[in-house]
Design a protein around this ligand. Structure first.
Ligand code: M6R
Length: 609
């Protein structure tokens, strides 16, 4: 979704703004722009298209300034166009403003402002904010923005500059994230930390209902009501090198190959190889929460929802506890029943997905406790929850989630083990055997990844295939869903994920030589049933690809290609089965020359509903 960048200091900010926007590209966008204060007024450049187009526009029509803001726009209200690209300016052209979010009451505000004489030049909801700031401006940009945000309904992170109150950026937050970075004689604003890492590791996170005034010397914070807020800077533990490609063609490829380390890091210091105990003390969740809960609800969207489904099978098997997995957007609309014996997990790599955040807040009012399972321990979800299960996966830049999915599964495996141990559902010998196998998973993942070249060759051979059916059962049903999602989101190929048992209830009608079935068939408790599914596809002339254990002659005999994985415990097969599917999707998209890291229409974190 939209990205905001800001920089105020002594140097020309334009190169930093452009570079910052480049580092926000992964969030998803269709147009971009910057505005700087240049002594005479506001200089602005905007384009429909990519940051490289904006850089070219600035090269052809240079602007400079020591205080500026920039934006990547993901269109909601108004089509992608130069006119609708941010920053937007007021009637007088002295104020420039960028916004992430949606102004829900923009229509009534627009009508009112138009009646008062303001002239609108865009189709966006955002433009009402800059006119409101203009209306309330009496010499202080901070006071004008404070008055403006009091009239807004909806979600917003906003930043503005004005030639009538120069040398500062004023920002406000109510929903989408905003983080401030403290450099030497320069201060930065960003929607997330990736653009800041190259300037500083000292940051402060804005909270909802806050206004920040950034100057070269730092930032001060106050509430929308005007009460000062004291905030200490925090030091980031992410390194700048973590947001580079390190020789891979795409971030997604790099992130796929980092997955074994993600599992290692998620497990680190949380398991005992002596007795199999799992320690989740770092989550901040009260130990009683486990003992007092008799039901678990997992809330998420997209790939995180698929991780939640894997979590359900783990929890059911290990802890013998009832588990519901819910789409956050659906749960919000329902009369969902939960009580003080329900433990809720909000699963989100970004910790900022609007629906998951809202559902998690609803749950907090009803449930025993709410835990955020996230890769961003400073995210809105982390702050809204009772505890945080941090993935420690490092920054994920590719829009298609890969390493955070594996990190989520590892975190949920730990949670299931800890829950089972707290409830006495798992004895020490079984705990130890499971933890020891979990520790071996990263090595096995590396073995699967070492076979990437064969998967690339297969992906190239299947480039002409336009329809895929991904089949899996039990704990690999979510992996079938995830494999199909990966393929469609980055290679724009039609793919459906189904539970193997559902095939005869409809999808089998689709099987012919134009439909390839990708069967996830490790030798687990549903192995024979999956083999039957494969036979049914074969009998109808469908092409078959399989993910199976090393040396599985039965699965290989039926499939045109088999992507093999080492044997492991039934419950941990998803860590391995998902890898060939990610690689298949990646190589299908890369071979087609598609924009793998920034697929069309998608945003890395969906911060509007
Ligand atoms: O940040 P989150 O994990 O909450 O994001 C949820 C989904 O938007 C995300 O998983 C999406 O489906 C990805 N594009 C999947 O690759």
């Amino acid at each position: 979704m939209c990205g905001i960048i800001g920089c105020v200091g002594a140097r020309d900010t334009v190169p930093d703004l452009i570079e910052g926007l480049r580092r926000l590209e992964y969030r998803g966008y269709d147009s971009a722009g910057i505005a700087v204060l240049n002594g005479d007024g506001v200089g602005r450049r905007r384009v429909k298209g990519k940051i490289r187009d904006l850089a070219e526009e600035v090269r052809r029509h240079p602007i400079t300034g020591t205080c500026g803001i920039g934006h990547t726009r993901w269109a909601t209200h108004g089509r992608p166009s130069e006119d609708n690209a941010h920053p937007h300016t007021d009637c007088g052209g002295t104020i420039a403003l960028v916004h992430n979010g949606i102004v829900e009451n923009y229509w009534s505000l627009k009508e009112k402002l138009k009646a008062e004489g303001h002239v609108f030049r865009t189709e966006t909801d955002t433009e009402v904010i800059v006119h409101l700031v203009e209306k309330h401006f009496r010499g202080s940009l901070e006071e004008a923005l404070r008055a403006a945000v009091r009239e807004l309904e909806g979600a917003f992170a906003v930043a503005c500059v004005s030639s009538r109150d120069p040398g500062k950026i004023v920002a406000a937050r109510n929903g989408p994230p905003a983080v401030i970075g403290f450099g030497e004689g320069e201060t930065f604003l960003s929607s997330d930390i990736t653009p800041l890492l190259h300037h500083t590791r000292r940051v402060a996170y804005m909270d909802d209902g806050e206004i920040a005034v950034l100057t070269p010397d730092g930032a001060r914070f106050a509430t929308f009501a005007g009460a000062p807020v004291a905030k200490d800077a925090e030091t980031l533990d992410w390194e700048p090198a973590m947001v580079e490609k390190r020789g891979f063609a795409h971030f997604m490829a790099k992130e796929i190959f980092e997955q074994a380390d993600v599992v290692r890091d998620t497990l680190k210091s949380r398991v005992s190889l002596e007795n199999g105990r799992v320690f989740l003390d770092d989550t901040g969740l009260a130990p009683d929460a486990f003992r007092e809960a008799d039901r678990v609800v997992l809330i998420a969207c997209g790939t995180s929802y698929h991780a939640g489904l894997v979590g359900k099978y783990l929890l059911e098997t290990l802890a013998r506890v009832p588990v519901d997995v819910e789409y956050a957007s659906e749960l919000r609309s329902r009369d969902f029943v939960m009580d003080r014996r329900t433990l809720v997990l909000g699963i989100s790599q970004s910790g900022e997905t609007a629906d998951t955040l809202a559902a998690l807040r609803l749950a907090r009012a009803k449930a025993r406790a709410v835990l955020a399972v996230t890769n961003n321990a400073n995210s809105s979800m982390a702050r809204a929850a009772d505890g945080v299960l941090d993935l420690h996966a490092g920054p994920e830049i590719g829009v298609a989630a890969t390493k955070t999915f594996v990190g989520q599964m590892a975190a949920l495996a730990l949670f299931a083990l800890a829950f089972s141990q707290a409830r006495g559902a798992l004895n020490e010998a079984d705990s130890l055997a499971l933890v020891q196998e979990l520790q071996r998973i990263p090595l096995k993942m590396d073995r699967v990844l070492a076979g990437a070249a064969a998967i690339e060759r297969a992906a190239r051979r299947y480039l002409a295939c336009e329809h895929y059916l991904f089949l899996g059962r039990w704990i690999n049903f979510p992996i079938a869903l995830e494999g199909a999602l990966k393929l469609k989101e980055i290679s724009y190929t039609h793919a459906e994920g189904y539970a193997g048992g559902e095939m005869k209830h409809g999808p089998i009608a689709l099987i012919d030589e134009g439909m390839t079935t990708l069967a996830v068939v490790p030798r687990d408790r549903v192995y024979e049933k999956m083999l039957s599914n494969i036979a049914e596809v074969q009998a109808r002339g469908g092409r078959i690809l399989a993910v199976a254990f090393d040396g599985d002659a039965k699965a290989s005999a039926a499939a045109e290609e088999t992507f093999t994985i080492p044997e492991t415990h039934d419950l941990f097969t998803p860590f391995l089965t998902v890898l060939p599917l990610q690689l298949f999707a990646y190589h299908s998209a890369a071979a087609k020359g598609l924009d793998v890291d920034q697929p069309r229409n998608l945003a890395k974190s969906v911060t509007v509903e």
